[in-house]
Design a protein. Sequence first.
Length: 686
Amino acid sequence: MIWLKRLAIAFAALLVAAFALDRIFPPPLERGETVSIMVTDRDGRPLRAIPTPDSYWRFHANLDEIDPVFIEALLEVEDQRFWSHGGVDWVGMVRAVTSSLQAGRVVSGGSTITMQTARLLEPRPRNVGSKLIEMFRAHQIEARLSKREILELYLTLAPYGGNIEGIRAASWRYFGREPDRLSDDQIALLIALPQSPEVRRPDLRPKGADAGRKTIVSKLERLGYLDAARAEEARTSSMPTGAYAFPARAWHATDRAARNATADVTSTIDAQLQKEMEALALEHAKEFGKDTQVAILVVNIPTRGVRAAVGSASRDLPGGWLDLTAQARSPGSTLKPFIYAMAFDDGTAAPDTRIADLPKRFASYQPDNFDRMFRGDVRISDALQHSLNVPAVLALDRIGPERFAATLALAGAPPRIHGGADNQAGLALALGGAGMTARELAVIYAALGDGGRAKPLAWTIEDEQRMQAARGFRLMSAESAEKVQRILKEAPTPPGRMPGRLTANAPQIAFKTGTSYGFRDAWAAGVSGDHAIVVWVGRADGAPRPGATGRDTALPILFEVADRAIYHLGGDGAAGARLMTKRTAEAKGALQRFERGSEAPQILFPPKDAELWSGEVNGAASRPFVLAGRGNGALSWFIDGEPCPIDDAGLPVWTPKRSGFYRVSAVDATGRESSVRVRVIGAPTG
C-alpha cells in the first residue's frame, strides 16, 4: 500500500509540475498571428498581397476556403488519426519506432500535424530531445486550440520553399490563385513540399519537386485514395515553374485599406473601374509628358466607399511611389462652391444676388481674376460658373475666413495654412491659399452631393457599413447644396463636350476646376450622380507647368471618369438634372445685391482726389462728365449739394461752370451717401 501511495504522490507531483510548466512556458502561438494581408475588391477579387514585416509570404489559412480534397489527402498521408488523438498519436509513434528499428534507419518520424505545428512555432534541431519537447508542446496546443484551429495554424506556417509559408502563399506562387480548387497533381505537390521544401522547390529544383510529387502520388494510390488512372495522370502532369507573381494592383488604395489590418481586407474598390482609372491616368500622363503625374478618386456618395483611387499614374514616373491623393496641395478655386454655400446658408446671398467684379483691395491683399479682366456687376451664379476671383473673396470676407477654415476642418478637410501671421486663415483661402489633399476635397464634394452632410471616406467594407449609419457633419444645408449643384451643372463644359442636360443618358456633372499659383496644380472636382470625383494633374515635386490649367488638363479627365463610373457602377446619368434645370428667377430670402449692410454707394467716376480737365479743346466747348457708381437701387447725384442734371438717356451729366474744388455725392434708395472731392482744371473761373 505504501508504494501505491508513493506512486500517487509522484503522479500528483508530475501533474503539478506539468501544470506549472504549461503556465510558465506557454506555446508561442503568436507567430501564427503575423501574416501577410490579401486585399480584395468589394466583390472579393484579389487586388494586392502585402508581405509580413520580415518579408515572408504567409497568409492565414481558412479551412472553408481550401479544397476539402486536399485536406483529406493531407491527413491520409501525414496524420490519419488527427481528429481523434490528443496531440501525440501513440499508436503511430510505436509503429514509427518499430519500422525504423527494423529498417535500421528512420523511416517515419511519427510526428502528428500538431507536433509539426509545434516545430514550426519553435524550430529546433531534429533529435530526440526536440521530439520530446514537441510532444509536450503538442499537448499544450491541443489544450488551447480546436482541431480546426490547429490544422489552420499548420497550413498557415508550413514551409514551401524560400520565403513562402502556408498553403495559400504556395498556391499563389506556384499556381497563381487561391487553393480553393486543386487538381490531383497540385495536391500531391503541396503535400510533398513541406517535407523537404528546399530540395523540392519547383522553381529551383524541378527534378526534386517531380520526385517528391511522385512519391506522394504513389502513397495516395497505395492507400486507395487515387485509382491507377488518376495516379498516372498526376505523375505525368507538367511541373509548375513558380513564376506567378502575387497580386499587386491598386497599390496606393490597398495600402490605405490595409492600414492597421491584421487579417485579409475586403476593400470598397471596384477592380474593373480601378483598372480603367489606372490606364486612363497613365494615358494622360504620357500625353502631358515632362514627368507629369495624374491622381484620381471616385467615391460612392451614399456609402462614402472609395470605388477607385489612383495615387499616381505610374510608379515608374518621378514621384510615382507617393500617394498623390494624400499629399497636401493648393486646391486653387475648388473651394469657391463652399464659400458661396455658406453665404447662402447665412441668407446674405442667393444664386441671383448681384455682386461686384471690380478691382478691390482688402488691406494689403488685392485679388485679380485669372484673365486679368473684370466684368462689373454679375450674378453669384455667373461668378461661380466662371470662377471669378474678386466675388469669391468678397463672399469669404463677409462670412469670415477663419470661420470658413474651421468649418472645413470640422467636416474633415482642414486647410493647411503656412506663412501667414500666426498661420491664421486669410482671404487668399478663396483662391487656394492653403494646402488640401485630394481625399479631403473628395470628402467635401461628397457632402455637396449628399445634402451637405460630410463623412469620412470608407476604404473597407466594414467602414462603408459604418458610414452608411453615421450622421456626419452638417457642412451646409440641403437647400444650399442643391443651389450650388444647380449652378455648377450649368458651368461651361470642356471643348467638344456637349452639356449633359442636352445629351440622353449622359452624366449630369456639377463640377469645379482649380489651378494653383504658378500652374503647379491642376484640379477638377465634382458630383456625377451617386459619385464624387476628384482629379489632380501636376508634378510630384511641385514644379510649375506653365499654362496647364485645371480646365484644360484635369476637367476632360473628370468627364471621362464620370462616363466610365456610370458604365461600371450604374446610376442614372440624368439623376438630379430633372430636379435642377430650372434657374431661380430671384434671390428669395436673401440680398438682391451682395453688399455689407453698412456699406454706402460706391462712386466709380470721378475717382477720389481726381484732377479733371474741363476747358476748351481746339475751340470746342467745355467738356462735360458722366457720373458713374453703384449702390442699392438708382443713385441720386449731387454737386456741392445741388442735384446734378440728367440727360435724355437718364444719365447724370455734369458740366463744371468754373475751375476749382467740388464735392460730388451719390445717394442710394435707402439714403446712404458717399462723397468724393475732386479738382476741375481749365473751366471758366466764373
